[in-house]
Structure formats: structure tokens, C-alpha cells
Design a protein around this ligand. Structure first.
Ligand code: KG4
Ligand code: ZN
Length: 352
């Protein structure tokens, strides 16, 4: 069944976002209110503070989005999990009340399905692109680092991280240097001035599961180097060349590790398209290396538009439309939020 104009709501972590997409996935509105400044004094996201900020901002943001939409809403999509439970509940209760009050269908989507859908959105005002039958998709963010096979729109996880997520490693290394949170964007900027061969850092390999990731060893080795060399980058001046060299070496090790399963997965699954999404997919080196890998493998590459790599409601609205097409519906009187990563709606299955 066609979805029609869709209101999307995302409150899983520290961004409040509301979007409206038309029935073909054109972005009409995508509003975002970042809480980064509220959490910055604490060096990370404070869950209770996140819920309160969502409560404060969401009604105004939703009213503004609906005002700018091109017509009446026909479907409501909201992030149901995974994420911070209090933060998720603000979005879920708001979306449920809105859908119930207006008699609209409601779909709860997995946050990761949102990231997977983000690569197919167009910031230039065009409709969302259709998914081909076989897509290899990387999702790398502050909470996840997974490759998926999207087979006829159904996501099967091919590999995952066994410990830290890639974005978490960026954040922790930045924090050890005294750089602000989130660390990814600033590491990306400083790494451009560094020599990626300057510091030898480990490329982890897991014997029992060679395609899976492990970022904690690489993170610890990088932080040990920071302490041993007494490197610091906080303060007003530009960081030293040694800091830039270390960050370039670290960034290269992360990107090498994220791309390491790609060749084998491409041979195994013969994808028609490679995609990348999630906050880390904004990374300059990762984007460049994915483009090159696509050329070498002869597979088209479709990267999430940079502004849509981090959490946003446009991707949630699109994932909601796809779920609605598959026949998924949620009852606004019963819908609950789930904090756990295990939350998997019918469309998401683990590859055996
Ligand atoms: O997808 P996202 O907004 O939130 C989660 O669902 O986690 O991702 C945020 C993560 C943070 O860890 C941040 O440091 C990282 O994405 N990130 C980057 C870049 N921009 C954001 N990492 C590397 N390079 C970037 N340019
Ligand atoms: Zn995310």
C-alpha cells in the first residue's frame, strides 16, 4: 500500500528531529535541534538530560515541520529503538498520540533501518531512489559498526563489532587528546594535515570470526601512544604536527578495518550497489576509499548525503514508508520503545 505524505520523528539519542517526506520520499522538511551544547560540559550524552531536552523541543519542532509541509500527513513513523529508553519514549508517545488523535497509521522503525534508508534520499529535492535487489550496506556510527546485505529490502547482518563502535573509537581518542565531543568531525579535519604512515597502529583480526570488527584494541593502542608521548590538543592553538600524524594514522587504521570485509562480502553476495551511512560515513577518508573500492569491484557506490549521515528524522520517515509498503503497522495505544539492540522488527533478520 502506498504510504503517502509521512511525518518522521527521531529522538533516540541527543538530536531531536522531525521531518516530512512526500509519498515518493522527497524531503519536504527536515528539522533538527542538536543537544550537543547541553551535553558538552559532561563529555558525553547524559540520558536524563536528553529526555528533558526532547520533551522541551519536540512539540515546537513538530508544529514548525507540519506548518512547512506540502499537505496533510498520511502516515506517522517514529524510531522505536534501539537507543536511550527515556529519549525514545518521548518520541514514541508523541508520535502515538499524534497518530491516534488524527486517525493516521503509525509505524515504529528500527534506528538502524533509518540509517540504511538514508543513502537513498536526495538532498536536491528528488524522490528517494528505489533499492535494487542486492545491496551491501555499511552502517558506522557512535553505537554501531555493521555490514548488511539488503536483499529485496530485507536487511541481514553480515558482520558487526565485538566491542566498541567505530564512532565511539573516534570519540574516545579525541577525548584523550582533550578535543571536544563528538570527536569524529574534528579528527577528520586534523587528520587531513597528518601523515597516515607516521605511527604504526594495530589492524585487529578476530580468529573465530574474521569478518567481525574489534575497535577497542586499536583505541587502547592509540590512547597509550597519546599518554607515552604526552600529546595534547585542547586549548586555543592549532594542534601540533605530531597530533595530526597520530590522528591520520588512527583514522587510516579505522577505515582499513571497516573496509577489510568488503571484498569477501562482495564476492559472496554480488551486490548491485554499495552504500554507507551513520555518523562515521561523513568521514572524508572513508568516503574516498569506498568510492575507490566501488571502482575496483565494479559496483556502484551510493553514500548517504553528508548532512544525513548523523541522526535525522528524514531517514526515519523513509524507513517508515518502506515498512508500511511491506505491510507493517503499530497500534498507537500499545506501542512501546525498546532500548536494546536486539529490537528487530519483522524486516530485520540476522544472517545465519
Ligand atoms: O549516527 P550518529 O549521529 O549517532 C549514532 O547513532 O551513534 O553518529 C555519531 C558518531 C559520533 O561517534 C561521531 O564522532 C561520528 O559519528 N562522526 C564521525 C564524523 N562525523 C561524525 N566520525 C568520523 N568522521 C567524521 N567526519
Ligand atoms: Zn544513529
Amino acid at each position: 500500500m502506498r504510504a503517502g505524505r509521512t511525518l518522521g520523528i527521531e529522538t533516540s539519542c541527543d538530536e531531536t528531529s522531525v521531518a516530512v517526506l512526500d509519498g515518493e520520499g522527497r524531503i519536504e522538511v527536515n528539522l533538527l535541534s542538536s543537544q550537543v551544547a547541553a551535553h558538552a560540559p559532561f563529555g558525553g550524552v547524559v540520558p536524563e538530560l536528553a529526555s528533558r531536552e526532547h520533551l522541551r523541543v519536540l512539540p515546537t519542532l513538530a508544529a514548525a515541520a507540519l506548518n512547512r509541509a506540502g499537505g496533510p500527513t498520511e502516515l506517522v513513523a517514529v524510531t522505536g529503538g534501539p537507543g536511550l529508553i527515556g529519549a525514545l519514549l518521548v518520541g514514541v508517545r508523541f508520535a502515538s498520540a499524534f497518530a491516534w488523535g488524527r486517525g493516521l497509521p503509525l509505524v515504529a522503525v528500527d534506528h538502524l533501518e533509518g540509517h540504511l534508508a538514508s543513502s537513498f534520499l536526495d538532498l536536491g529535492g528528488g524522490p528517494a531512489r528505489e533499492m535494487p535487489a542486492r545491496v551491501l550496506a555499511l552502517v558506522a556510527s557512535g553505537g554501531h559498526s555493521n555490514w548488511y546485505l539488503l536483499r529485496d529490502g530485507q536487511a541481514e547482518r553480515c558482520c558487526r563489532t565485538r566491542d566498541d563502535a567505530a564512532g565511539e573509537a573516534f570519540d574516545k581518542v579525541a577525548q584523550a587528546l582533550g578535543l571536544p565531543y563528538p570527536g569524529g568531525p574534528v579528527v577528520d579535519r586534523l587528520a587531513r594535515n597528518g601523515d597516515p604512515r607516521a605511527v604504526a597502529l594495530p589492524r585487529p583480526r578476530l580468529k573465530d570470526s574474521p569478518l567481525d570488527f574489534s575497535f577497542s584494541g586499536l583505541k587502547s593502542a592509540t590512547i597509550r601512544h597519546i599518554r607515552a608521548e604526552a600529546l595534547q590538543a585542547g586549548g586555543d592553538g592549532e594542534p601540533s604536527p605530531e597530533v595530526c600524524d597520530l590522528l591520520a594514522s588512527f583514522e587510516t587504521a579505522v577505515v582499513d578495518h571497516l573496509l577489510q570485509p568488503l571484498e569477501e562480502l562482495a564476492v559472496r553476495h554480488r551486490p548491485e550497489l554499495l552504500t554507507a551511512s551513520g555518523g562515521v560515513a561523513a568521514n572524508t577518508l572513508l568516503r574516498r576509499r569506498l568510492e575507490r573500492a566501488g571502482e575496483e569491484l565494479g559496483v556502484e557506490v551510493l553514500l548517504a548525503p553528508r548532512p544525513l549521515t548523523t541522526d535525522n528524522a528524514a531517514m526515519i520517515a523513509r524507513a517508515g514508508q518502506l515498512a508500511f509498503h511491506r505491510g507493517e503497522r503499530d497500534d498507537p495505544r500499545r506501542l512501546d520503545a525498546r532500548a536494546s539492540r536486539k529490537w528487530q522488527p519483522p524486516g530485520m533478520r540476522r544472517a545465519s
